[in-house]
Design a protein. Structure first.
Length: 367
């Protein structure tokens, strides 16, 4: 496999050339028009941002991409899957409201928003992945599994478990249903936090393996001889009573993210866009965002998500640290490992290259 082409544009503007127009020029230069979008259902996978977090991608950038795709004849929609943790995006009703409040609505982005895995996070398709070491049948939100063409738009930032969040994290983790997210985060079966359990029996009624019973004390109990670790109870529980028992290491998490990404990308055209702005130290899933670790650096696009993530990481690590990191991490040092020392983002890229998603070798082309 030769070098992948990654296209880059800085954030300098002038009258008549604003940032949304620069983004349009970037994705066209990167070759997005080579894809046949005519009447194709085209998913733009994006993170809508947890309410209170202000680092997510601004809707104006998304509207620019939507405009290009619609001119090419695509049937475009924005999508994301529900969260495993309890918050304002763990079900489609609250998730859609959060997306709308953050500006992802038809008035601002000129297309509809679809929550990929349905109302409660249980609407998914298991996509078989031959040769997978960790996830033989990734559980992908149905609205993503059904798309003809997949586009990822990524806010590049740090991540407390994966090291950083870029294209692969947005694709693999973000497209997983709630049961899929359980599989990604943990190799163990769920457990019941008894102090939060109110005995509502929603887990008991919906367990497909009859592994859960609610006793006279109104507390759920899991029979681990029957439990298969599907995560349905975690998805349905509204009281944070059914939870993960333990988390995987950063390396294993990144390996699983790569396999989920491959399942999504393997049978359809795909294209990837990353915005290296507001590079916050942690994920957009938090209801806040800390000050950026580097200045705003630009925008990148590529057909290769592995090369794109590598190029973004290289750009961030080559930049000077700012704010509270200014005197602690220097140009050329691995900022993500400094901030999250228990993570290994390179493990994920190595494995993604190994299983054939793309290559870490790239040619950077400035637009």
């Amino acid at each position: 496999m030769g070098k992948a082409q990654v296209y880059y544009t800085n954030l300098s503007t002038r009258p008549g050339l604003n940032l949304p127009k620069k983004l349009k020029n970037l994705i066209k230069a990167a070759g997005i028009e080579k894809i046949d979008f005519k009447d194709k259902f085209t998913a733009i996978k994006i993170h809508f941002g947890e309410p209170g977090n202000m680092a997510y991608i601004r809707p104006g950038y998304v509207a620019a991409v939507v405009n290009v795709l619609q001119q090419l004849g695509a049937k475009v929609y924005l999508t994301d899957s529900n969260t495993l943790y309890k918050g304002l995006r763990d079900n489609a009703v609250d998730h859609l409201k959060s997306a709308c409040r953050n500006g992802f609505n038809p008035l601002q982005v000129d297309c509809n928003v679809i929550i990929a895995d349905g109302v409660k996070g249980t609407n998914y398709q298991a996509i078989e992945l031959e040769g997978a070491k960790y996830c033989p049948a990734p559980k992908i939100g149905q609205a993503i599994a059904d798309c003809d063409i997949f586009i990822s738009m990524n806010h590049f930032k740090g991540h407390e478990q994966a090291g950083f969040g870029g294209a692969l994290k947005n694709i693999g983790m973000g497209s997983a249903s709630i049961a899929g997210k359980l599989e990604l985060h943990s190799s163990s079966q769920p457990k019941v936090d008894a102090k939060n359990c109110i005995g509502c029996k929603i887990c008991e009624k919906n367990c497909n393996h009859n592994a859960i019973t609610v006793g006279a004390d109104k507390k759920a109990v899991i029979d681990y001889n029957k439990c298969v670790g599907c995560g349905q109870c975690v998805a349905l529980c509204q009281y944070a009573a059914a939870v993960l028992a333990e988390y995987d290491t950063s390396e294993i998490l990144n390996y699983k993210i790569a396999e989920y990404s491959k399942a999504i990308l393997k049978d359809r055209p795909h294209f990837h866009i990353s915005l290296i702005m507001n590079v916050s130290p942690e994920c957009d899933c938090w209801g806040h965002n800390d000050a950026a670790i580097v200045p705003d650096l630009g925008m990148m696009a590529s057909f290769d998500p592995v090369a794109l993530d590598q190029a973004c990481a290289d750009l961030v690590n080559a930049a000077p640290a700012i704010n509270k990191y200014h005197n602690h991490v220097h140009k050329g040092e691995d900022k993500f490992h400094f901030i999250h020392p228990d993570t290994d983002w390179e493990a994920g890229l190595r494995y993604a290259q190994e299983i054939g998603i793309g290559t870490r070798e790239y040619e950077l082309i400035e637009v």
